[in-house]
Design a protein. Structure first.
Length: 186
């Protein structure tokens, strides 16, 4: 599974439990770098390959995770149109709501949604949408009370950028519809 999920380049997959026998298919004069997620199995592979006569063998320090952390390119599995019996993970995405749609929602269906303004308290005190409450971003992200509710949670800010980011994060934590005011209050 590790091999299928992520590769650091055009490489050959030789599972460690078959490495001694499969290594005979490789040229022992060519350099070899063994890679696994954590560098544990690849460090074991170095010893196996050296016993098989390979002279220039190394293990990627830190494993493929170090490669990823360094921001180097990786290859994933190429997907093809196939039928899979395994359930697919559904990624919940935040939605944008326009000012016009929010206005209609506020007029036609008051009380069916929660409206949270994440602007600083001073800006909220100067102007706020009717029915909105002010919350700090940290509280919004950590308080599970925001993840429940019968209707959507609508997040507003100055220009819509932070609201959309927060909505995206919260959408991954709940089935509740999370929306961000497009363009914000400015």
């Amino acid at each position: 599974e590790e091999w299928m999920a992520l590769r650091i380049g055009p490489v050959v997959n030789l599972p460690i439990n078959h490495l001694a026998e499969l290594s005979s298919k490789l040229d022992p004069d060519f350099p070899v770098v063994a890679v696994c997620n954590s560098a544990y199995r690849s460090s074991l592979a170095v010893g196996i390959l050296q016993r098989q006569g390979f002279q220039n063998v190394a293990s990627l320090a830190g494993g493929s995770q170090a490669w990823i952390d360094a921001g180097l390119p990786v290859y994933g599995t190429e997907t093809q149109a196939t039928v899979s019996a395994a359930p697919q993970r559904h990624v919940h995405l935040a939605e944008r709501i326009s000012a016009a749609d929010l206005s209609r929602l506020m007029q036609d269906l008051p009380g069916t949604f929660d409206l949270v303004d994440i602007r600083p308290p001073q800006a909220f005190a100067e102007y706020a949408l009717p029915g909105s409450r002010n919350a700090e971003i940290a509280d919004l992200l950590s308080n599970p009370g925001y993840l429940t509710g019968a209707g959507p949670l609508v997040i507003v800010d100055r220009d819509g950028s932070l609201a959309m980011m927060i909505a995206g994060i919260l959408s991954q934590k709940t089935q509740r519809p999370i929306k961000a005011l497009q363009g914000g209050l400015d």
